[in-house]
Design a protein around this ligand. Structure first.
Ligand code: HPA
Length: 271
């Protein structure tokens, strides 16, 4: 079945449950699922009930859409995302976002847990993503011969400059000191080697993670505005003389989630 038809089937299934069209799609990263508690008047739909949706098996990811309002803005939160490292096809990882766009979402606010490459960063910092490097070796829009998917998408302003200003203003209001930088997306699921991290730093990367780049490409394909926020859950491999663990990533994310919640709420108030 063509991607456009799958998108249309999934959005037609969801539509009758909604009180209003979502304007903002918010992707909740590892350990940040609690952000969905901010949503008022919730309408919850499990991924497993939606035609053509796959279910994420990654730790810290549940797998449901939560529609409603935050600061009077119509939002939908994706609680649980699909990762490329789980063996999903790249296009499957962006399918939910394409459906949310079909339902009306024109702005993407994507969050993730990431390793800090920039040694000025500290664990618990939030980094506003200014740009990315897609090192997954793949791309979400390379499937088949379907019309319209093979466009040469402009990525010059992938992380909407005007919205970055909005995020800075929101952070200031909340007294949150914000880092800024380039996110490098890898496939995973292993963490990186110290040599890889040294190489990435030379390339200009400030943080590394296993998500986000496909979603941001898909958002730009659909002409959506984009905000990207990384929670630095650990310093990247080799920076500190200690091993990395997925459990620590989730624990730190949960610990720092309140700061991310405050920021997201203030951003929506400012938008
Ligand atoms: N590397 C890759 N992905 C990550 C990391 C990391 O250090 N931390 C959280 N997600």
């Amino acid at each position: 079945m063509l991607l456009v038809d799958r998108i249309s089937e999934a959005s037609s299934f969801i539509q009758p449950f909604l009180n209003e069209a979502p304007e903002y799609a918010i992707i909740l990263g590892s350990g940040l699922g609690g952000l969905s508690e901010l949503v008022e008047n919730q309408v919850i739909i499990d991924y497993q009930d939606i035609p053509h949706f796959k279910v994420s098996g990654a730790p810290g990811h549940i797998g449901r859409l939560i529609f409603g309002r935050i600061k009077a803005k119509a939002v939908v939160c994706m609680q649980g995302r699909l990762h490329y490292y789980e063996g999903n096809d790249p296009e499957d990882t962006v399918f939910p976002l394409l459906v949310l766009n079909a339902l009306g979402a024109q702005t993407l606010l994507v969050t993730n847990a990431a390793g800090g490459i920039n040694t000025d960063f500290a664990v618990g910092d939030i980094m506003l993503i200014t740009d990315h490097i897609n090192l997954t070796g793949s791309h979400p829009l390379t499937i088949g011969n379907e019309q319209g998917l093979h466009e040469f998408i402009d990525m010059t302003y992938a992380y909407t400059p005007a919205l970055r200003e909005t995020v800075h203003a929101a952070a200031k209001k909340q007294g949150i000191s914000l880092q800024e930088g380039v996110y490098l997306g890898v496939r995973g699921p292993s963490f990186e080697t110290p040599a890889e991290i040294r190489a990435f730093r030379i390339w200009g990367a400030d943080a590394v993670g296993m998500s986000t780049v496909f979603e941001v490409i898909a958002a730009n394909f659909k002409g959506m505005q984009t905000i990207g926020l990384s929670l630095i859950t650990n310093m990247a491999a080799g920076i500190l003389d200690e091993p990395l663990s997925g459990d620590d990533v989730i624990k730190t994310a949960a610990f720092a989630a309140q700061k991310m919640q405050n920021l997201v709420q203030e951003i929506l108030a400012e938008l």
